[in-house]
Design a protein around this ligand. Structure first.
Ligand SMILES: CC(C)(COP(=O)(O)OP(=O)(O)OC[C@H]1O[C@@H](n2cnc3c(N)ncnc32)[C@H](O)[C@@H]1OP(=O)(O)O)[C@@H](O)C(=O)NCCC(=O)NCCS
Length: 430
């Protein structure tokens, strides 16, 4: 039997001074609260928090902070009900949209422990990931590694909140993706999510030389600077790339391994060029959890782990490539980061391509500002200082870029294969 709803969303938010969140929360509040008495308390118990945090790699001071915050939450019914609501919304509820427009800040009610409120909610991912992985039959250690993403989220918070423990409200709902239906695992440095390829490119391999070439997908719109355009508004100098296939040839617009679309149409003969990446192909989309140390060796190790892991545990998927879209893959970073940085070294191993982007894309992952403001952005790390200095010198923040890497090219990872092996691609005999 379900318990009565004893506090309305309005009562709770008014008491906590967080009424700005009411429109986000009120439509699904009652549905969540019906489950409250049966399920709410375990996730606030010190023992539960201790176990979950140890599993993610947290150390004692952070665990202590979270346990103190939980005591404050348990002692105040409005906070306990809100914590349950958030957890329900992200992990248990039917709502499609897990993100709120206005997140309760909770500094008024929890002070310096406000970030722990969302950390405690985020920890509900731990039993979810463990159960899901067990059902899938993958090794327990993969669940443990995957759950370290919560530690990475807390690192972001610590970095930008003077060493305090917590996670940002806007970040933890991402954890829903790890549970329940997706094949999403951390393997070494990187995370992988089995998906169907939806990037704005298709790729072919030269049967004679092994070199790879990408063409823009049919009907992709570009602006005069080669950026992908979406939406109703026409961009300056906008043009549309076409890709046409006959039985014997495919013709379209070249994208270089460096991620530049060329306004140059080419025709590939299919007796020479074999398709290797198409819309809808099984791929592993790559996500980069926070933590630096994204060396070439760490990436190589991770890619090999991923190829072996999916072949062993999900042999029916047969991913052909890894792919991603992120600030990390925009070729414009060449004008900002040193050539020997881990980011640029990785870029040179991949086939880059344009994706839709906005002017602030990715800045949050380095500066943690809701609205990027270079003048007020932190300068605590060499990455932050390098970027800010280049922007101050007049460089533009590039935004997001895309990448793919074909798994059959893994033996060539580390050799800048796509860049070094495409000579002749612009010749007339394509
Ligand atoms: C992308 C990323 C892995 C690159 O790291 P890297 O180049 O291997 O970093 P390194 O370990 O070489 O560290 C270089 C410097 O960057 C700093 N750094 C690393 N990650 C950072 C981050 N997220 N924000 C700010 N600075 C960061 C390091 O502290 C170091 O600074 P220092 O020299 O002052 O000590 C890193 O920026 C990161 O972890 N980003 C967060 C995750 C992310 O952006 N994911 C993509 C989302 S779309």
């Amino acid at each position: 039997m379900s318990a009565p709803v004893t506090m309305s969303a309005e009562q709770v938010l008014a008491e906590l001074g967080e009424l700005a969140s009411l429109p986000d929360i009120s439509p699904t509040w009652d549905e969540a609260q019906k489950l409250f008495p049966a399920a709410a308390w375990e996730f606030l118990q010190p023992q539960t928090i201790r176990e979950r945090m140890a599993y993610c790699g947290f150390e004692a001071p952070a665990v202590q902070a979270a346990i103190s915050a939980a005591a404050g939450i348990v002692g105040r019914p409005a906070l306990a009900r809100l914590a349950w609501y958030m957890t329900w919304r992200v992990f248990h509820g039917s709502a499609k949209d897990t993100y709120l427009k206005n997140w309760p800040g909770l500094e008024g009610s929890l002070g310096e422990l406000a970030g722990c409120f969302y950390l405690i909610c985020a920890l509900e991912a731990v039993p979810g990931v463990r159960t899901w992985h067990k059902l899938l039959g993958v090794p327990e250690d993969v669940a443990r590694q995957t759950c370290r993403v919560i530690f990475g989220m807390a690192e972001n918070y610590r970095r930008s909140r003077g060493g305090r423990c917590g996670v940002f409200a806007r970040q933890w709902p991402w954890l829903r993706n790890y549970i329940g239906k997706n094949l999403y695992f951390r393997l070494g440095r990187l995370e992988y999510w089995a998906e169907a390829f939806s990037g704005a490119v298709e790729a072919w391999r030269d049967r004679r030389t092994g070199s790879v070439v990408a063409l823009a997908r049919d009907n992709t719109r570009f602006d005069g600077r080669g950026r992908v355009v979406r939406g109703e508004t026409k961009a300056p100098d906008e043009w549309t790339a076409t890709l046409t296939k006959s039985g014997e040839t495919v013709s379209g617009y070249l994208i270089t391994p460096q991620g530049q679309i060329l306004r140059k149409q080419v025709e590939l003969r299919l007796d020479r060029w074999a398709p290797v990446l198409n819309a809808g192909d099984a791929v592993l989309s790559v996500h980069i959890p926070a933590g630096g140390n994204m060396t070439i060796d760490a990436c190589r190790e991770s890619l090999n782990l991923a190829a072996d892991f999916f072949a062993r545990h999900f042999p029916y998927i047969r991913p052909t490539a890894v792919c991603s879209g992120s600030w990390i893959f925009h070729p414009g970073l060449e004008r900002i980061l040193p050539a020997d940085s881990n980011v640029l070294r990785l870029q040179r191993e991949l086939y880059l391509f344009p994706v839709p982007t906005g002017p602030q894309d990715g800045t949050w992952f380095v500066f943690y500002q809701d609205k990027f403001d270079p003048a007020a952005a932190p300068r605590d790390t060499s990455l932050q200082r390098t970027i800010l200095d280049r922007l101050a010198a007049g460089e533009e923040w590039p935004g997001s870029g895309g990448m793919f890497f074909l798994l059959e090219d893994l033996p060539n990872f580390g050799k800048e294969f796509y860049r070094s092996n495409h000579s002749g691609i612009f010749n007339a005999d394509l």
